[in-house]
Design a protein around this ligand. Structure first.
Ligand code: COA
Length: 181
């Protein structure tokens, strides 16, 4: 299938069912997520609401009919206050729209939105060392930041986790406007 014309915009809670459907395919068949049970629309809406309420960057790509083709969001990497300037990204493209440039466009927009939101580092936590995800992040300048062996077990195999990292905005060349804490 050819990549349809797409638009990238902000996510809303009414997208939750389509987001859940896109994610479910990857939970069931892939290793990018270490979840084994796909959350339903209500659970996905609750997860989205938590991040949207916190002002986290949360983007969707949709075609001209409004059908969702993929989504990406950034959340604080870990909860403790000193992590406040560091985010972790999540990006999922509808299974039949992969490999057509959508992931690159969506992640590029997420990087921009995350820098605007004040994050200074973005971390990709790549479950199962997925080659497509590693290639996407490398194409956008992420550097290798380590690999943990056999941290996951899914579909009857041991899965490594690969970390990749990209500085955002001023990175660590200057302190943040306000110190976390
Ligand atoms: C990983 C994912 C987000 C990439 O999005 P995509 O739309 O398929 O990727 P794109 O078509 O934009 O390709 C981006 C780059 O990665 C490369 N790439 C994409 N898939 C690839 C694959 N399977 N193997 C090798 N390279 C690949 C492309 O060649 C392109 O590189 P280039 O710009 O240098 O030519 C998407 O495939 C996906 O949703 N995968 C399952 C979930 C997942 O792994 N999410 C990431 C969680 S960290």
């Amino acid at each position: 299938m050819d990549l349809p014309q797409f638009t990238i915009g902000s996510a809303h809670l009414h997208h939750a069912a389509e987001v859940a459907a896109i994610y479910a395919h990857h939970v069931r068949g892939g290793t990018a997520s270490f979840e084994t049970e796909a959350p339903g629309a209500a659970e996905m809406a609750a997860r989205m609401a938590k991040l949207l309420d916190a002002g986290a960057p949360w983007l969707v790509a949709h075609d001209s009919d409004g059908t969702l083709l993929g989504y990406a969001y950034a959340s604080q990497f870990r909860d403790r206050p000193a992590y406040r300037m560091t985010c972790e990204n999540s990006i999922y493209i509808r299974h039949d729209c992969r490999g057509m440039g959508l992931g690159k466009a969506l992640l590029t927009a997420l990087i921009e939105a995350s820098a605007q939101a004040g994050f200074r580092q973005m971390i990709a936590v790549i479950g199962g060392a997925e080659p497509g995800s590693i290639a996407l992040h490398a194409a956008l300048g992420f550097a290798d930041a380590g690999r943990m062996r056999s941290t996951g077990r899914k579909h009857g195999r041991w899965l490594d986790t690969v970390y990749m990292q990209l500085p955002l905005g001023l990175g660590d060349s200057a302190p943040p406007e306000e110190e976390p804490g």
